[in-house]
Design a binder for this molecule. Sequence first.
Ligand code: EPZ
Length: 424
Amino acid sequence: MDSILVTGGGPLSGTIPIAGAKNACLTLMPATLLSDEPLTLTNAPRLSDIRTMTSLLESLGAEVSSLSDGLVIAMSSHALNGARADYDIVRKMRASILVLGPLLARLGEAVVSLPGGCAIGARPVDLHLKALEAMGAELDLRDGYVHAKAPKGGLRGGTFEFPFVSVGATENALMAATLARGTTVLKNAAREPEIVDLGHCLQAMGAQIDGLGTSTITIEGVDRLHGATHRVVTDRIELGSYMVAPLIAGGEVTCAGGRRDLLEAFCQKLEAAGAEITESDAGLTVRRAGERMRAVDVTTEPFPGFPTDLQAQMMAMLCTAEGASHLEEKIFENRFMHAPELIRMGAHVDVRGGSAHVIGTDRLRGAQVMATDLRASFSLILAGLAAEGTTKVGRVYHLDRGYERVVQKLSGVGAQIARVSDDG
Ligand code: EPZ
């Protein structure tokens, strides 16, 4: 296992390239299953989760080629050899459940392992299943697998209102509906940019979709989808993660490719805390207006609200801000695991259920800490940039799931950071 060493130091300066969105790519890749023609993705991120999704698609008989140093993923599903997504792959990555809708729509059947929970919560898939049932799917849960069957003649259009917003369930339903006979209406659908990006790709493949980016998405099913080439949208979570770096360490950083419309609520919150954010053709340039950031309160919500995937990074910044902040995590039931690790660095954080109270300090100290989940791991690196001395972040395999080339990107703007093997 590897660790990352980061030493608090001077201000940062320079440009950080932002990659394509992991959470868009993980739903764009299963979309290849909807067509027997090639689907090619450009601006793909180089991440372990992408490699896991590649293995899953190949286990179903799809051909997946990684080209141009991983930036291009060329896929073809003309000859699928089965409709079973095994537990040993699905348990590694919850997004594997996103092959369920496409397989059901294309082959009329699917056997997909239930993903199981993860560190941040139980993360059930009941809404994925209910939405597919609204299109006529018959689902039987046994032996830890979803056994799904479409009606004779295939899925049919239906109307489904999500009781609360679910990104993945919206994605599964959207993909399945593109080949369902008739009209499907998804109400209280997720509005995340990754959903819009998936919708644009499906439209390029010939799907008939209206309402992308709104809470009501209407899909007219078509008989088949053709191939396409699609550029993966910029990763707004990687973007937001790096925007915090100069606010914690000082200096000025430009996040290349960053667009404010991808995370407007987050930008407003950063500005309320004392950030200066400038948008230009180069991307988003971020600096601290004063010597220290100010405390602000944060509540996570579905898009366009404050993203849950940036809550841990925001907490790290608030741990160094002037004053007391209050954070409410409304999306997942256990997403404050970074707090005890930040406390080891001298942060003042009091967690009670889904709420966290932070009192900022300018005296974080380097310590040995442990990454518990993907976004928590990045928040510990951010805290290390502000801490006195060196912080050692263990279990960075979490980081590799969602962030590429972190050491290169941060050292490129002057951070003192290195990756070391724990195997001596
Ligand atoms: C996606 O997860 C993202 N993952 C998550 O990013 C992100 O945090 C989340 O959306 C919210 O924005 C990918 O896109 C691969 P949900 P997803 O369905 O689809 C509950 C990261 O760090 N729920 O919107 O699984 C669920 O437990 C990851 O990149 C049900 O109860 O999220 C959660 O509490 C972490 N039943 C809430 O809804 C369901 O059927 C929102 O989950 C589905 C979800």
